[in-house]
Design a protein around this ligand. Structure first.
Ligand code: ZN
Ligand code: ZN
Length: 138
């Protein structure tokens, strides 16, 4: 990712490196605000705009994907490969969901409409919250 960032012409500031390090192998799908909050204590000069623009450049280059599963937050995933996501309506965490093979393959022609890509989001309650709900009811 660091090499790619250089190729994209972004200056490698310590803040940008910290954003990359935080994302590397991160499976929690952090939102831009969460990344900002986590790094702010260490990098007091960091701005939310820097976080957004670094993430946007990387997303445009296909190095990470933006997940628009939650209308209130913009989540980012360092795994750019297409996969399905799940949003827990209780704790609002985003998870990878292995939903098995999905039958629609893009590009796909539906009644004359050429579908080039599609996104599938799942919403519900995550295992952790289900467990908490269950123990509350006992
Ligand atoms: Zn949850
Ligand atoms: Zn993911």
């Amino acid at each position: 990712m660091i090499k790619k960032l250089k190729k994209l012409g972004l200056k490698l500031t310590p803040q940008r490196l910290a954003i990359l390090n935080l994302l590397e192998g991160n499976t929690k799908h952090p939102s831009a605000e969460e990344i900002y909050k986590q790094l702010k204590p260490q990098y007091p000069s960091l701005s939310l705009a820097t976080v957004y623009n670094t993430l946007e450049v990387l997303a445009r280059a296909g190095e990470l994907q933006e997940i628009r599963i939650n209308a209130d937050k913009r989540h980012f995933d360092p795994n750019p490969a297409p996969h399905t996501h799940f949003l827990c309506r209780i704790c609002e965490s985003v998870h990878d969901l292995d939903a098995g093979p999905i039958e629609i393959q893009a590009p796909y022609n539906i009644n004359g409409y050429l579908v080039e890509e599609f996104t599938l989001y799942f919403y519900g309650i995550c295992p952790g919250c289900l467990e908490r709900e269950r123990s509350k009811n006992q």
